[in-house]
Structure formats: C-alpha cells, structure tokens
Ligand binder design. Structure first.
Ligand SMILES: Nc1nc2c(c(=O)[nH]1)N[C@H]1C(S)=C(S)[C@@H](COP(=O)(O)OP(=O)(O)OC[C@H]3O[C@@H](n4cnc5c(=O)[nH]c(N)nc54)[C@H](O)[C@@H]3O)O[C@H]1N2
Ligand SMILES: Nc1nc2c(c(=O)[nH]1)N[C@H]1C(S)=C(S)[C@@H](COP(=O)(O)OP(=O)(O)OC[C@H]3O[C@@H](n4cnc5c(=O)[nH]c(N)nc54)[C@H](O)[C@@H]3O)O[C@H]1N2
Ligand SMILES: [Mo]
Length: 766
C-alpha cells in the first residue's frame, strides 16, 4: 500500500508527532492539540535503538543443547545463542506439535498479561491468542493487575465494575454540584497521563482544576502529598497504608452515632445495613465498636478530625473517590465495599455531585469522557480450552500444577502448564515477589517471549523473538474509552531482524499447515483497512461519518463527542429503583451479600470488614513500601529511554524517604540506599522529602529488574519494588495482587556500587 502518511503515532499515554531521518525515528513531539501532554514520548527514540533492543531471534543455550524435557541450566541467568528466523520458527512449530500431542492444548499457558502497545491490529495478546486458537487453543488468564478486586467483588455489590467506569459521574457535574471531594488514594494527575489504548486529549488536569476554581474542596487522603495537584488540594490527611477501611469505619460510626445517616436511602436502595450497623457498634464477632478513637489507633488520623469531617460530609454534597491502588493491597476488597457503604449512609448516591467514583484517576478518561461507538478489533477466534487462571496466580500455577484453590466462590484446579508464551507484558516487572517468580519460571518445559527489548522476562525465556514496536507498523489508535481515532503510520523500519508479530504467526501457521486460518488471506495492512471499515460502520450507526482509510491515514486525529457529558452515576437507579434495578441478586446495593457470605471465606466475609495488613513488621522491618505508577514511563515500558533515565539517581530508581526516617538512618538526599526485608533486597536512589508520610517509603514501579542471583536473596541493583513485595493475594474471593502491602527497612549502601546491567543484552554463546 502506498499512501501518504500522517506524522502521528498513538500510545497509551497520548498521541505524538514523529520525526525521522528517513530511516530511524529521531524524535516524538507532543501532539499540538493536547491540552496537557506528558513527556513519556521523549523516551521513544532512545528506547527503539538502545543497547537493550533485541536484534535477532535467540535461544537459551542449554535449552538448545539439551532440548525442552531434559531441563538444565537456569532461566534468567543462562547465556543465549542467536539463531536464524527459520530455525527459531521451526523450533516453535515443533514444540507446539509436541506439547499438543503429548499433553494437549491445556498445557499451553498464554495468559500473557500486560499492556503491550496501542493500535487496533497489532495488539500483542490478541494476535497471540488468535494464532493459538487456530492451533487448538490455550489456557488464558482472567482479570488484571490494576483493579482485579473490583472486577470480582463489585458485581455482587453494585454491578460489573467496568460499567461503573463507563457510567462514572463526570467532573463537569462535580464542578457544578459538589461541595466536597474526599479522595482516598488522592487523584494522582501523573496517572491520568495514561489510558488503555490511548488518551489523546488529557482533560483531567483542567477538569479538576475547574472544580477547585468553582469552590469545591478537595481532601487528599493518601501517604503521598503529590497524589493531588497543589492547586486543587485543600487538605492532606496521610493515614497508615492499608488502614483506609478503618478510617471509613470511623467516619461511618460518627454518622451512625450522631444520626447523620440517611435511613430512607438505606431502606429503599440497599440491603444489609442492619448488619453493618451492628458491626460498627461492636456487635460483630470482634466485639469492637469502630469508634473514631479505635479508627485513630489503626490509621493514625486524629479522632477529632474524623468527627468534624463526618459532620461536614453529611452537611454537604460530598463525592467520595477511591484510587484503584487501595484495592491492590491486602484484603483489597474491603476499602471498595466500605466506600460504597459510607456513600450509601450519606444517601447521596445517584444525585449530581454525590456518591462515589471507584478507580478515580486510574486513567485519563474516567469522569471526563467515554467513547461514542465501538471500533474494529482483531477477532481472537474460538478457544476450545476452557481452563483459565486468575491472572495474579502465575507463580502459584507454575509451582503447584494440579493443586486446588478457590476463586470467586468456586473450587478450581491449576493447569499443568508445560509451555508458557508471553507477548506484550513483563511479568518480571509486574508480578510480586520476583525471586519466587524466578523459581517458578524454572518449572515449564518451554518458555517463549516476544519482546522489543531484553527485559528480565525475555531473559527468562528459552526462545526470544524480536518484534517491531508501534512506530514501526501501520495501524490506528482507538483507546478503550478514548474519544479519538489516531492514524499510526509505519514511520521507520524495524531495526536489525525484528519482525511484525502478525508476520511471525502467519509463518508459524504456515509451518503448522493452516496459514489462512490465521490470516484469512490478508496482510496486516489489509487488516488495518478492514478494521477501519468496521469502525466506520459502527460510527455511521452513531451518526458520525468517518472518512475512507486513505484519507484517514494521511490526515489528523479525529475526535468524536462524549455520548453523555452530564452523566451522574446511578441516577436512573435512584430515580426509579424498581424500573432500573441494579444487576445484583437483590437489585439493590448490597452492603451485606448473602452470596459472598455463602462462600464462607475467612478473608472476605459477607460485609465490609476490617483486617489489618499482613506483613509482620518484626519480621520484615518497621517501614511501609508503596510502589505507585511512574510519571516518567508506562510501568516498565521505555525505562531505557532518556526521560525515564533522567530521573534515576546514580543509575538507580528514585525512592522517596521522609526526612525523619532518613535522618535516623544517616541517609542523605542523593545517596544510594538498600531496601530490604526477609523476601528480598534492592538498591535505589534516595530522595529525602516530606511529600511522603513518615514511616512510608515510595518507590515507583517499573525499573527493569536487575537481579544479582549470586547473592541470597538476590540483590536487585536497579530498584524494582517487586523484589520486596509478597505474593499473597488480596483474598480467596478475587485472588488479586496485593503489591501495596509491604513492610521493610532501608539503609545507606556503603559497599562498592555494582553497575546496573538491566539495559545491556545478555551474554551470547557462539
Ligand atoms: N509493585 C507493584 N507492581 C505492580 C503495580 C504496582 O502498583 N506495584 N501495578 C500493576 C499494574 S496496575 C499493572 S497494569 C502491571 C503492568 O504490567 P505490564 O503491563 O506487564 O507492564 P509493561 O511495562 O507495560 O509491560 C509491557 C511489555 O510489553 C512490551 N511491548 C510493548 N509493545 C509490545 C508489542 O507490540 N509486542 C510485544 N510482544 N511486546 C510489546 C514492552 O516492551 C514491555 O516489556 O504492573 C503491576 N505491577
Ligand atoms: N504515568 C503513568 N500513568 C499511569 C500508569 C503508568 O505506569 N504511568 N499506569 C496506569 C495503570 S496500568 C493503572 S492500573 C493506574 C493505577 O492507578 P492507581 O491505582 O490510582 O495508582 P497507584 O499509583 O497504584 O495508587 C494511587 C495512589 O494511592 C496511594 N496509596 C497506596 N496505598 C494506599 C493506601 O493504603 N491508602 C491510601 N489512602 N492511599 C494509598 C499511593 O500514594 C498512590 O500514589 O495508573 C495508570 N496510569
Ligand atoms: Mo494497571
């Protein structure tokens, strides 16, 4: 296809204008129409051509020598041998055939969680799944690392979680109607740089600023002051990490005790308040009234402030927001349930500017817009294998094949995963307790990783396939909730021997005898045009006339209007709960759930319940560790780019330390420090600041894991928080990751400083 190309590209963090020298990408500039562009694009040129770019297909030397069944060597430490594409593809086709014939497709795990990159055609997981479905299927994963506890819990309480994101109250409504926003986990502007699939116009900062300018009072309840913009924030309350449920219970107790709650609302729209009231009053199993004094002991927030705040909430139009991060923690179901309970007691759910937003600021679009129509997607075809894995049980599955576990009220059994294939994610960044994951990754017979760069995940593979990046392939961007369609030209050729994943699967399917089942006779570029035509059909039904493919690919991004700019969450339910019942068993908000109570789980009973975080400080250390999303990149993506690296301290990831904690340990700003607990250790660069709560360290997620396995526990030389996190899940209900609940300690690093090796390729054998 020879079409004039637009200079645009799209990414999860926004559009960009690409500059090339004819051969290579030399710069990616901000999209001029974006009101609040971020700087993540600045990483792209450096990352595309960094020393960590995978140049050729590679096979782990001992796997190549001994074959998949006679396992030897250690994944993650072994050298590789570079091979030709033909050899790599022959090896994979042979492995698929062998595993299928000896163990069945239920032994191929391709849950392959991760964000990969934007674009409708070249979505890494969709292509892998489509391919494997043409070969008899695979074991998938269910859920995500972002808000998994909400995905599993909320259907029992209010309805599917994703619906609540789509139906979320708009900030424009908050601006007009709210008096007070109580933001648990804050409203971190840095996180709104991103939305899955794309956010072309970053409207969150101005939307929230407009609320503040209109007189809305914003309280940031978070261990980090900068979780809310300075121009918006009127007060900062910093509870102990993991204590928000107790704090909300303290507020709820005041509402109950002082008769400030709304019995009519509770009666008409909810079930189970009697149980909640009994629990708050101390008539539950724990016999503990959830008084403000009790809540102060758990959270560190003064009881007096809780009392005055509860009164203020009841007397004003109050919006409660909850960051997704709060449920990425021990018993992460509980703050969700207590948030709904507290908002229900106020009785403002369904009123403009009242109620709650769960997952506020989890992305740049929530509360600012939704998309008007669906877009074309690559069909994944039918998967004959029905087994799935709750996504955060990856280590568990590899270490305990065939064992039983519980999930969402069901008894399940782990599959026997002999082949693991990852495309578009980095488990050695995103999973918890990486030393344990390293051990778990020794178990399968064959691990395949498609990657752009030599990440720690790629280093743990037997066969590594070098793939093209987003700027190297023709596609178009259309984010899950974005209002904009963005043409994405192939601006540069994939360097070295990197290939389009589409072409890799087509070649594999050909070897396995059914190329057309995967390609349906089309090239990747033809698929882009096909998906655009599907999108045009959807748009026409919504009354939007989109141009033909050629015109689109040569032009500017196209924005379409928000379908419901004045939306109020659950307004219909409030107006007429009989006509518009919620999709819960009772049709109402379930403050107590018979169904969940019936699962009989000690770690997730039938109503919001207080559990303190699990790590024992006497075992792991007195400090808490929070590992939120980084401003300078998307998770671990582009950590080898210039912008991300400009924030490192002596090449290490920055960690925020309160001056009191630093001083008592003799740590100065700019020092390299060692974070440690019983599970692991990592180096990081100290930023001494009172932005962070005393007793709490804050280390951004996503520094490429750089373990020195010759030490025990392995020393991560770079600063990935998952070298320290535990691998227990939130509860037996949702089995979600709980990465924000960590105890540890920190000390100044006084030994020789080992160089960071994460951005260098592994050792190759000839
Ligand atoms: N401690 C701690 N851990 C966390 C979190 C936390 O808060 N604290 N947050 C969690 C959350 S919310 C999430 S969503 C996860 C994110 O975890 P991931 O989504 O796994 O993280 P990414 O760094 O985005 O990894 C994407 C990988 O895909 C590669 N990639 C990009 N495009 C393509 C492509 O087209 N093809 C292929 N084959 N590869 C591609 C990139 O190079 C990168 O290595 O992390 C989780 N982990
Ligand atoms: N720039 C950028 N933006 C991103 C991403 C990225 O990698 N880079 N990742 C995206 C993804 S995949 C996701 S899921 C979202 C995540 O969005 P969130 O889940 O909202 O993000 P987090 O940074 O995990 O948590 C938000 C804040 O909660 C606070 N917090 C943590 N624990 C507690 C607690 O116990 N109590 C209270 N009160 N506060 C607590 C932390 O200070 C943290 O800064 O961000 C998205 N946005
Ligand atoms: Mo996420």
């Amino acid at each position: 296809m020879d079409i004039k190309r637009s200079a645009l590209t799209s990414s999860h963090w926004g559009a960009g204008v690409v500059e090339t020298d004819g051969e290579r990408v030399t710069a990616v500039h901000p999209y001029p129409a974006d009101p609040a562009p971020n700087r993540i694009n600045e990483n792209i040129p450096g990352a595309l051509y960094s020393s960590s770019r995978i140049q050729r297909p590679a096979v782990r030397a001992s796997w190549l020598e001994n074959g998949p069944e006679k396992r030897s060597g250690t994944r993650g430490r072994d050298p590789f041998v570079e091979v030709s594409w033909d050899q790599a593809l022959d090896l994979i086709a042979g492995e698929i055939t062998r595993i299928r014939e000896t163990h069945g497709n239920g032994s191929i795990f391709a849950g392959s969680y991760g964000w990969s990159s934007a674009g409708r055609v070249h979505h890494a997981q969709s292509l892998l799944k489509r391919f494997l479905n043409t070969q008899g299927g695979f074991v998938r994963s269910e859920g995500n690392y972002s808000y998994n506890a909400a995905l599993v819990l909320m259907p029992y309480i209010s309805g599917p979680y994703r619906l609540s994101i789509i139906d979320s109250t708009r900030w424009s409504v908050v601006e007009k109607h709210s008096d007070l926003v109580l933001a648990f986990g804050g409203l971190a502007e840095r996180n709104t740089a991103v939305c899955d699939g794309g956010v072309t116009f970053h409207r969150f900062p101005s939307a929230v600023k407009a609320c503040a300018d209109a007189g809305v009072k914003f309280i940031n309840i978070s261990p980090l002051r900068s979780d809310m913009s300075a121009g918006v924030q009127t007060e900062w309350l910093a509870p102990k990490p993991g204590s928000d449920t107790a704090l909300m219970m303290g507020l709820a107790y005041v509402l109950l005790d002082e008769g400030l709650y709304d019995p009519d609302f509770l009666d008409r729209y909810t079930v189970g308040f009697d149980r909640v009231a009994a629990y708050l009053r101390g008539q539950g199993d724990d016999q503990t009234p959830k008084t403000p004094a009790w809540a102060e002991a758990q959270s560190g927030i003064p009881a007096e402030r809780m009392i005055s705040l509860a009164r203020e909430m009841a007397s004003k139009r109050t919006m409660i927001t909850l960051a997704a991060g709060l449920q990425r923690a021990d018993f992460g179901e509980q703050p969700l349930w207590m948030c709904v309970t507290l908002a229900a007691m106020l009785g403002q759910i369904g009123l403009p500017g009242g109620g709650y937003i769960i997952g506020a600021a989890v992305n740049g679009n929530i509360g600012t817009k939704e998309r008007l129509f669906s877009t074309g997607t690559m069909r994944q075809l039918h998967n004959p294998v029905t087994d799935f894995l709750p996504v955060a049980m990856i280590s568990e599955m590899l270490l305990h094949p065939g064992e039983e576990y519980v999930y969402d009220g069901a008894k399940m059994r782990f599959p026997d995963a002999r082949m693991v294939w990852w495309a578009g994610g980095n488990p050695f960044h995103h999973h918890q307790d990486l030393a344990r994951l390293h051990a778990a990754f020794q178990r399968p017979e064959t691990v395949i990783v498609n990657e752009i760069s030599w990440t720690a995940a790629a280093r743990h593979a037997d066969i590594v396939l070098p793939v093209a990046a987003a700027q190297e392939r023709l596609d178009f961007g259309a984010g899950k909730s974005d209002d904009t369609l963005v043409p994405m030209a192939a601006h540069a050729k994939p360097p070295f021997q990197a290939r389009l994943e589409y072409d890799i699967y087509a070649a594999l399917a050909e070897r396995l005898g059914n190329r057309d089942a995967f390609t349906e006779g089309k090239t990747a570029e033809q698929w882009a045009e096909t998906l655009w035509e599907v999108t045009r059909q959807f748009s026409a039904r919504a009354g939007v006339d989109l141009p033909d493919f050629e015109t689109f690919m040569a032009g500017d991004a196209i924005a379409v209007p928000d379908p419901s700019p004045e939306q109020v969450y659950l307004a219909d339910f409030r107006a007429d709960p009989e006509a518009n019942p919620l999709p819960t068993p009772s049709g109402k908000l379930e403050l107590y759930s018979e169904t969940i109570a019936g699962f009989d789980l000690a770690d997730c009973p039938g109503q919001a319940t207080w559990f303190p975080p699990r790590d024992d400080p006497s075992e792991h250390g007195p400090l808490f560790l929070i590992s939120g999303q980084p401003k300078t990149r998307l998770h671990s993506q582009l950590d080898d780019g210039a912008y991300s690296r400009s924030y490192k301290i002596k090449d290490r990831e920055p960690v925020l330390i309160h001056p009191t904690d630093a001083e008592s340990r003799g740590i100065a700003d700019g020092d390299v420090v060692e974070l440690f607990n019983r599970r692991g250790r990592c180096l990081a660069g100290a930023v001494v600041t009172d932005e962070v709560r005393q007793g709490c360290l804050f280390l951004w997620t996503g520094a490429w894991y750089d373990p020195d396995f010759s030490q025990n526990p392995p020393l991560d030389r770079h600063g990935n928080p998952n070298s320290l996190t535990h691998d227990r899940r939130t509860s037996g209900l949702s089995q979600s990751p709980a990465s924000h609940s960590v105890r540890l300690d920190v000390r100044r690093w006084t030994s020789d400083l080992p160089p960071v090796q994460a951005f260098s390729p592994p050792i190759f054998k000839r």
